[in-house]
Design a protein around this ligand. Structure first.
Ligand code: DX5
Ligand code: ZN
Length: 232
């Protein structure tokens, strides 16, 4: 996987049909998704429960490209091996999930996966600075984690400062929550390259009628790329 800052759209299967994950993953990739974003919630770190490593392992054969696993769980460390074995390419843990994020990131890399660090809207960049050599991705949350379909919280300023902090390091900036063709340009302009979108990708479509997925993905990508073009 070569590092690139080109815009990548990562549909979140939180907005997919939970009884049909395999077909949904194939459908979004066929319709132009770059990565597949997989939201794992434990009912403890966040007030919602989704699924764990067994489901990730079951959907892995249905994903050709990157499986991007976002862990909204605490503790994280006992489950890293399980998600790595399930075939996660990226495993992202929250800085807020425990006192030893440095150890967690080391363990993710040791498992063979790429390491992501997620930060909630209320968390600053102080906790990120000392971890830059341990991470492959920073996920800037633009909603409080736990549910799809929430209202976007503008984190442009944080993303801009993070982009400067990262400099030339090969670290992705991912944005998660409330991304639409209206909000994507703000984030792309601020320096994000991976745009996660759940509701805005899956709305209007289904595995039997996947064309709207493609139209929705293109609308987000076009808006983000146009903003970059305008910034140059
Ligand atoms: C929020 C999740 C997100 C979210 C994205 O806790 O991490 O991935 O589901 O969904 P939308 O795009 O609907 O905000
Ligand atoms: Zn997510």
């Amino acid at each position: 996987m070569n590092f690139s800052r080109a815009i990548k759209i990562a549909p979140s299967i939180l907005a997919a049909d939970f009884a049909n994950f395999g077909a949904e993953c194939r459908a979004i990739e066929d319709q132009g998704a770059d990565w597949v974003h997989v939201d794992v919630m434990d009912g403890h770190f966040v007030p919602n429960i989704t699924f764990g490593p067994a489901t990730c392992a079951a959907i892995r054969p249905h994903i050709r490209g990157v499986m991007d696993v976002h862990l909204m769980i605490a503790p994280v460390d006992p489950y890293i091996e399980g998600f790595a074995k399930a075939g996660a390419d990226f495993i992202t843990a929250h800085v807020e999930a425990g006192p030893h994020i440095h150890r967690t990131l080391q363990a993710i890399r040791a498992s063979g996966a790429k390491a992501g660090l997620a930060i909630n809207p209320g968390t600053g960049l102080d906790g990120v600075e000392n971890l830059l050599d341990l991470i492959d991705l920073v996920c800037v949350m633009t909603v409080n984690p736990g549910f799809g379909g929430q209202k976007f919280i503008d984190m442009s300023d944080k993303v801009r400062r993070l982009r400067a902090l990262i400099g030339a390091r090969p670290i992705h900036i991912e944005i998660d929550g409330g991304i639409t063709p209206e909000t994507a340009p703000l984030m792309a302009r601020a320096g994000a390259d991976v745009l996660v979108a759940g509701s805005a990708v899956f709305k209007g479509g289904s595995v039997d009628n996947p064309a709207p997925y493609g139209a929705n993905i293109r609308a987000i990508r076009t808006a983000a790329e146009a903003a970059l073009g305008a910034a140059i």
